[in-house]
Structure formats: structure tokens, C-alpha cells
Design a protein around this ligand. Structure first.
Ligand SMILES: Cc1cc2nc3c(=O)[nH]c(=O)nc-3n(C[C@H](O)[C@H](O)[C@H](O)COP(=O)(O)OP(=O)(O)OC[C@H]3O[C@@H](n4cnc5c(N)ncnc54)[C@H](O)[C@@H]3O)c2cc1C
Length: 295
């Protein structure tokens, strides 16, 4: 396992040491080794404090299977979703059209629920959902492979931005910095945003920008972190701050409105894809302007 090596004063990186004990000199080391990054242990060994660790775990899982999509009589939709939502909706799922005439069905479980990985159990779990599209695909389409389950979907944020002073020439990004619950689909967007930010800051200021980069990355993480953890904290109400409770209540109302309001749904997706601010959801949609309630 490669280790980052700092100078004796812990002021800057001097390189990376590999398993064969060779030191590879470097002015810049970017740690992008994913959720199992060993950097915290490496920093401790190098004399720096380990970062504070924030963890939120709603004990979520998802179980997936691919099916053949019948293109002769396609349904009038491309994707259909039933969301899990604390404190009561522990089961959910989604069915999404894939390339090569296939469906991807994912069955979600929260607060310890999880869909079985045997075909009969998977079908029974799908049949227990209110969403008719998921049930229909699972019961009528031809399965194209095995059933896979992924658990441990919690969020984890290592607060490198709080370590001061931060060594020059060391940058941490992507899941090595912050793991977002994949159910919300923000991880790749956030990692790409950080890569662009780092490139710009290095171009402008060189390796000296790394400490500032960690602090700016932390600011850009606040929104996706609170979006996903506000919902996950709902499964642990005793630990949920008031802001998380309010956010969850708001989201529950929004999700009730979305199936009836395509314009609101479009704005919700833009926020979900991080291409629009959550404030855009507060503007009244055409339906609301015609007399409906705001979410
Ligand atoms: C089941 C699941 C579903 C997901 N779905 C979505 C989704 O729909 N949308 C979304 O945006 N995000 C999703 N994510 C999150 C997304 O995959 C991650 O946020 C993203 O991959 C993070 O990118 P990364 O480069 O930081 O880490 P990774 O993609 O984990 O890449 C790290 C790489 O570093 C390598 N590595 C580790 N240690 C070393 C070492 N010492 N030397 C050399 N190489 C090393 C690893 O082998 C790996 O290839 C999902 C995640 C999971 C687990």
C-alpha cells in the first residue's frame, strides 16, 4: 500500500513510499483512492492528526437485477420510482430503461430492510411495493442475470479541511474525502466538481493551493452532504437536528406533489443532479399559480 511521505516539519509532501520501500519524490500528491482510502492512518503515522469523521448511516441497501425490455409494446415512461422516506417508508425501488433493450430494477431497503437475492424473494419484495411498474417488470420480463445486493450505503465525510496547517502539495478528493450515500446519485458529480476545482487552483497557484482547496471543497460538499444525510438521519430521529427534520418534512410534501406536476418534477431533478439550486424549488410552478398549494 503506497503511503504519502511528508517532510520532517510536516509542512509539505516529499513523495510517496511504495510497498518495496522505494520513495517516489513528488511536489504534488492527489489522493483519489476511494472510500477505502488509508490516508487517515498515513497522516497519523506521519505526525498529523487524523481527520474528524462524520458518519450517517440509515442502514440502507439496494438489490438489483437486469431484465429484457420488450420494445414491441414500450410503456409511455423511461423510469419509475418509489422512494424510501423516513420514518415509515422502509421499502422502495426503481425501474430504469437501459441501452440494448434492457431494464434495470433496483429494490431499496432502509432502516435494516433489504430485498432478498433469491428470485422468489426478490419478486415478493417487488410485489409488496405500491409502484405498479416495478411489479410489472419483475413479474413479466425475462431476467438477464443474477441478483446483486449492495449494503453499507451510509455517508462518511473526513474533515481534512479542519486540519491546520495542511501540508503543501497534498490534495484529497472524491470518495477518499467524502462518501455520499449512492442512493442519491451525487458521488460522481461531486468528485468531478472537485477535480475541476483542483485543476483550476493548481493552474493558478501551484501545490501551495492544496490547503485552500480542501476548505473550498468542504464548502461545495455542504449541500450534497445535507441533502442526503437529512433524509438518512430520519431513520435515527433521536440524532436528527431540527434542520434535518424540516428538510425531510419538506421533501415528503414535495414527493407527494411531484407525480402530479411535471414542471415541479423537472426542477426537482435539476436540484437532484446538482445543476440547479434547491431555492429553485421554492418558486411556484404553473399548477401552483393556478391555485394549488406549494410543496
Ligand atoms: C453501489 C454504488 C452505486 C453508486 N451509484 C452512483 C450513481 O448512480 N451516481 C453517482 O454519481 N455516484 C454513484 N456512486 C458513487 C460513485 O461510484 C463514487 O462517488 C465515485 O466512484 C467516487 O470516485 P472516486 O474516484 O473518488 O473513487 P473510486 O471510483 O472508488 O476510485 C478509486 C480508485 O482508486 C483505486 N485505488 C485505491 N487504492 C489505491 C492505491 N493505493 N493505489 C492505486 N489505486 C488505488 C481503486 O482501485 C479505485 O479504482 C455509487 C457507488 C456505489 C458503491
Amino acid at each position: 500500500m503506497a503511503r504519502v511521505v511528508l517532510d520532517a516539519a510536516r509542512d509539505h509532501v516529499i513523495g510517496v513510499r511504495t510497498d518495496d520501500d522505494a520513495l517516489h519524490p513528488a511536489h504534488l500528491v492527489v489522493v483519489a483512492t476511494g472510500r477505502t482510502s488509508r490516508l487517515p492512518a498515513g497522516l497519523l503515522a506521519g505526525g498529523l492528526p487524523a481527520p474528524d469523521l462524520l458518519r450517517v448511516d440509515g442502514n440502507l441497501s439496494y438489490t438489483s437485477r437486469v431484465y429484457r425490455r420488450d420494445t414491441a409494446s414500450p410503456p409511455p415512461w423511461q423510469a419509475s420510482l418509489q422512494a424510501t422516506l423516513a420514518p415509515t417508508a422502509r421499502r422502495g425501488g426503481t425501474v430504469v430503461a437501459l441501452e440494448d433493450e434492457r431494464w434495470l430494477v433496483c429494490l431499496f431497503g432502509a432502516d435494516g430492510q433489504s430485498a432478498p437475492t433469491d428470485p422468489a424473494g426478490f419478486s415478493a419484495y417487488a410485489a409488496s411495493l405500491a409502484n405498479p411498474h416495478i411489479k410489472d417488470v419483475v413479474s413479466h420480463a425475462e431476467p438477464l442475470g443474477a441478483i446483486y445486493r449492495y449494503g453499507g450505503l451510509g455517508g462518511q465525510w473526513r474533515r481534512y479541511d479542519r486540519i491546520r496547517p495542511w501540508p503543501r502539495g497534498l490534495a484529497v478528493l472524491g470518495d477518499a474525502l467524502c462518501v455520499l450515500n449512492p442512493l442519491y446519485g451525487h458521488g460522481m458529480t461531486v468528485a468531478a466538481q472537485q477535480a475541476v476545482l483542483l485543476a483550476r487552483m493548481l493552474d493558478a497557484h501551484g501545490p501551495a493551493a492544496c490547503g485552500h482547496f480542501q476548505r473550498r471543497s468542504a464548502r461545495t460538499l455542504l449541500l450534497p452532504w445535507y441533502l442526503s444525510t437529512s433524509l438518512d438521519l430520519g431513520w435515527r430521529p433521536e440524532r436528527a437536528p431540527v434542520a434535518a427534520l424540516l428538510a425531510r418534512r419538506y421533501l415528503a410534501r414535495l414527493l407527494r406533489r411531484v407525480p402530479e406536476d411535471p414542471e415541479l418534477y423537472r426542477r426537482f431533478l435539476a436540484v437532484q443532479h446538482m445543476t440547479a439550486s434547491p431555492l429553485t424549488l421554492l418558486a411556484p410552478s404553473p399548477r401552483t399559480r393556478r391555485g394549488g398549494a406549494r410543496p
